[in-house]
Design a protein around this ligand. Structure first.
Ligand code: DLZ
Length: 159
């Protein structure tokens, strides 16, 4: 490991950059809204906690996780948006729908991020059931919306 790396930890919130002048878009899917609403609240509050201004956070709803990629692209193309956070929850069902949606949104978000050279964060839960989802949306495994927001902030420090 490079000796230039200091204080590396699993998920540190030390030394986050100043984001008071950064503009964020949160794109959130309506499907499984109890879960995605909790992810959204976590992401939004975490941005504020670490210095973002309310007036610099744009929120957009899309119908399902499949639509997150286009929603993210519509935000990332804007010159004044610095980072995009995508939030969704795809619950494993009995058909292959789950696989198609998860693969599509992972690829789509990656492509948008690379195309626009901006952080576009994958805050999509892929649980087996609602309980697992809630455990990760403010439950016993924390809130992955918080982590998505911190990830966006961290990526803004990379130049
Ligand atoms: C159709 C569908 C299904 C079955 N399940 C989910 C899900 O668990 N989570 C989610 O975010 N969206 C789901 N969708 C909707 C798709 O994401 C998409 O909105 C539709 O296929 C229309 O493109």
């Amino acid at each position: 490991m490079s000796t230039a790396l200091k204080n590396l930890s699993d998920f540190s919130t030390a030394n986050l950059p100043d984001v008071s002048q950064k503009r964020f878009a949160i794109v959130v899917a309506e499907w499984n809204t109890e879960v995605t609403g909790a992810l959204y609240t976590g992401a939004y509050d975490t941005l504020l906690k670490y210095g973002a201004q309310e007036s610099n956070i744009v929120s957009v709803q899309v119908p399902g996780s499949f639509e997150l990629s286009l929603g993210a692209q519509k935000m990332a193309v804007k010159a004044d948006i610095d980072a995009v956070i995508c939030l969704g929850c795809v619950i494993q069902g009995e058909t292959r729908h789950f696989d198609f949606i998860c693969q599509a949104v992972a690829d789509g978000i990656t492509n948008v991020s690379l195309k626009y050279n901006k952080p576009v964060i994958f805050g999509v839960l892929t649980p087996n059931n609602q309980e697992q989802a809630m455990d990760r949306a403010g439950g016993k495994h924390g809130n992955k919306g918080d982590e998505a927001a911190i990830t966006a902030i961290k990526m803004l420090a990379i130049n």
